[in-house]
Design a protein around this ligand. Structure first.
Ligand code: ASC
Length: 149
């Protein structure tokens, strides 16, 4: 590999994660995380309807929704950037002042939604119901501390 190519490759590797977390405006970061949450609510509602027996259990549909939910659960956190604690947001100051706990809550959601996706994809209805309950408690636990009413 030429030195120039090596330097370019190293620069790409170093700058990619940073570029990924950048938003043109603070409002864009708020919109990004709210959009991810909106979509999570939508996919969770589809799973909830099945978990509650309001919609017939379908392992394939449950698996697809749970997988989407688990992917979406990775997204909002990069958008809680500095200076996005005001404007059209219900995020509490705790997100930034108690950031270690916020990050741990975000990780818990990713872990629990991955467990849910595994249960749903395995076609295990009972495990899916129980994992769905845990996902809901995780949503609520984080909202209680980090989101204004
Ligand atoms: C949702 C959603 C939440 C959680 C929470 C679970 O679908 O939008 O905030 O589940 O209501 O208790």
């Amino acid at each position: 590999m030429s030195l120039r190519l090596a330097v370019t490759a190293a620069l790409v590797l170093v700058t990619l994660p940073v570029a990924h977390a950048q938003f043109a405006k603070p409002e864009d970061a708020v919109k990004y995380r709210q959009s991810a949450m909106f979509m999570m609510n939508h996919h969770a509602a589809r799973l909830g309807a099945m978990a509650q027996g309001k919609v017939a259990w379908n392992a394939e549909v449950a698996g697809a929704n749970a997988e989407t939910l688990a992917t979406l659960a990775k997204l909002p956190w990069q958008a809680f950037t500095a200076g996005t604690d005001r404007g059209d947001t219900r995020a509490k100051a705790d997100v930034w002042s108690d950031n270690a706990k916020f990050t741990a809550s975000a990780q818990k959601l990713q872990d629990e939604t991955a467990r849910l996706a595994a249960a749903a994809k395995a076609g295990d209805q009972a495990a899916m119901k129980s994992a769905f309950g845990e996902v809901g408690r995780t949503c609520k636990g984080c909202h209680d501390q980090f989101r204004k009413d």
